[in-house]
Design a protein around this ligand. Structure first.
Ligand SMILES: [Zn+2]
Length: 417
């Protein structure tokens, strides 16, 4: 009996040792790395893999297609068991990841870029990864896009609430490194949200509660735009984002959005003042920051415009997240906001030759809550090299500023000088 017990004990011990030894270890992921557990567990169960040379490259970016592959496997997809085609023109049936992209698409985890493409080879950003994970976990539908102030805000709040962001910080507009990809997928699996044939859960699986349909915000269908007085020449220029702390902008090509928006805004100020406008800046100095939360930062910009009875509100931004060119937002069509947006859009394209992405409407906080005609200009993409070159140069900033000033003059019916 004693002998049998010893034998059993040795077996258990051996098994434990073998199992432990089979845990994947990578030269470049040490047990002191915060994502160590996530990387080793996910590679053990085949959700993610190393680079074949014993490295995991935890600080490398991931493409959108690769992320789909990880997400699919984490949700029970086995290679070559699912196939289908997707309605994205840049994902042909011969594309290497077409089946995992199909899997994610058919399950509603992804929806593409809205223009018939999926951009599979582009590096996935933190916020895009968060949106996919939240969708795959079944804890948030597309209505979260409207939660504001940004399209990703609702997804990030939801992911945070569910513990998916434990162990790392979300950096908006930046590619999410592989270590954090492992962490976010691991967090969702570990909390029982993924349909993964249950290999990971260490905490009891949580039944995915159907998300409550967000109560529709009492958005007036028509923005209470106060009538623009014909001689009203008071303009609030909002250099988008803060110099530091909260509500800092996107980054790309060595540039920070908040610096570029201020440079353009300040040049725009000079042009408008020369043309007889009274200008109020939301950030008079480049190093100014507003509020202690994103919401406060946006609210203060709105308050400055409303409190001062401004006649126009111009918010300057740079875009990011894959794309190129200019787009201008107004809150709704049919009003002076749209009229101004069209003129600004037209003039920027004419002056800079940037790609015309058109005039768009969106529920953006600052253009929704200001009570005068308001627009938000996404001048160009900070993470697109050619756009960034224009954004970074004095000449490029000058062209953008002059174009906006010319459009404002045209809107006001005065000749630009
Ligand atoms: Zn911005």
């Amino acid at each position: 009996m004693k002998k049998i017990m010893s034998f059993v004990l040795i077996c258990i011990l051996l098994c434990t040792m073998t199992c432990y030894a089979s845990a994947r270890t990578f030269h470049d992921v040490s047990s002191s790395d915060p994502f160590y557990k996530a990387v080793s567990k996910l590679s053990d169960i085949g959700v993610i893999a190393g680079k074949g040379d014993g490295n995991f490259n935890p600080y490398d970016a991931t493409t959108r297609a690769e992320f789909c592959a990880f997400l699919s496997r984490a949700n029970g997809y086995k290679d070559n068991t699912v196939s289908g085609s997707v309605p994205f023109k840049d994902v042909p049936t011969t594309y290497w990841a077409v089946n995992t992209i199909y899997f994610c698409y058919s399950k509603g985890y992804i929806s593409g870029m809205g223009d018939g493409t999926f951009e599979p080879a582009r590096q996935i950003t933190y916020e895009e990864a968060v949106k996919m994970v939240v969708s795959a976990a079944g804890v948030g539908g597309t209505s979260l896009i409207n939660a504001g102030p940004y399209w990703y805000s609702g997804y990030i709040d939801r992911a945070d609430e569910k513990g998916f962001l434990n162990g790392f910080t979300v950096k908006i507009g930046q590619p999410i490194p592989r270590g954090h990809v492992a962490q976010i997928i691991y967090n969702a699996m570990e909390k029982g949200y993924f349909d993964s044939n249950g290999t990971i859960p260490t905490t009891p699986p949580v039944t995915a509660t159907p998300t409550s349909t967000p109560t529709p915000t009492s958005t007036p269908t028509v923005k209470p735009e106060r009538p623009a007085s014909s001689d009203g020449k008071r303009i609030v220029i909002d250099a988008g984002h803060n110099y530091q702390t909260v509500d800092t902008g996107a980054v790309g090509n060595g540039l920070k959005e908040q610096d570029i928006t201020w440079e353009i805004a300040d040049k725009l100020r000079v042009h408008l003042q020369r043309n007889g406008f009274e200008v109020i800046m939301t950030r008079p100095k480049k190093t100014d920051s507003l509020g202690t939360t994103v919401r406060e930062s946006l609210q203060e910009r709105v308050d400055i415009a409303n409190r001062n009875n401004a006649d126009l509100f111009l918010s300057i931004h740079c875009n990011s997240g894959g794309g190129t060119g200019t787009e201008t937002y107004c809150y709704q069509l049919g009003g002076n906001g749209e009229k101004l947006a069209k003129l600004v859009q037209e003039m920027i394209i004419e002056e800079t030759g940037l790609t015309n992405r058109g005039v768009k409407t969106d529920n953006l906080f600052v253009i929704k809550n200001t009570i005068m005609p308001a627009i938000l200009v996404e001048t160009a993409f900070i993470d697109k090299e050619s756009d960034a070159q224009l954004l970074a140069s004095q000449a490029g900033q000058e062209k953008l500023a002059a174009a906006i000033a010319k459009a404002v003059c045209k809107f006001k019916g005065i000749s630009y000088r």
